[in-house]
Design a protein around this ligand. Structure first.
Ligand code: DLZ
Length: 159
């Protein structure tokens, strides 16, 4: 897998001693499972210990915020990646859930003081979800790197 194609450079990531949460929606699980694998791969590659990765599945994207808050409130994580895949349908459901989840994750970042990564794809069709969930463009890998970088920053700030 060619990792040079990520649009952001991640340098000096050191995941040892950091606790990373992965909250994954079961809706569109063929995509969310693969994205979670990308996050896990990034954790592994950057030295996060396997026992320091906390995984939690929730029914849908709307529930990822509650799941992340649970991991934060119970002091299980230094950063969390919320994974979901929303695919636009015939009704307004997509718009309402996308808006609520993006705002909710933003609120968690501000209110809890624990970094929460927006790992939610908001796709107009299955093709968009496919491209972003598998292979070299699996967004889970850079989202995992983002969580590690932000957890490092949090630790640094709390020293
Ligand atoms: C109901 C629903 C619909 C229509 N579409 C999706 C989707 O594309 N992706 C997703 O993660 N979840 C979807 N959901 C489920 C909602 O996220 C949520 O689980 C339910 O509305 C119950 O709160």
């Amino acid at each position: 897998m060619n990792r040079n194609k990520t649009s952001v450079l991640f340098e000096g990531l050191e995941g040892k001693g950091l606790r990373i949460g992965i909250v994954k929606s079961r809706w569109n699980s063929k995509y969310t499972d693969s994205i979670a694998q990308g996050v896990l791969q990034a954790c592994h590659d950057h030295g996060v210990e396997a026992e320091d990765v906390v995984e939690l599945d929730v029914p849908g994207a709307y529930e990822v915020m509650y799941g992340a808050k649970h991991l934060i409130d119970t002091d299980q994580v230094d950063a969390v990646v919320c994974i979901g895949v929303l695919i636009k349908g015939a009704t307004m459901h997509f718009e309402y859930i996308s808006e609520a989840v993006s705002q909710g994750i933003k609120d968690l970042n501000i209110i809890t003081g624990v970094p929460v990564v927006f790992g939610v794809l908001t796709c107009l069709d299955e093709k968009q979800a496919n491209v972003r969930s598998f292979g070299e463009h699996n967004h889970g890998y850079p989202w995992g790197q983002t969580a590690i970088e932000m957890a490092m920053l949090k630790k640094k700030n709390s020293l």
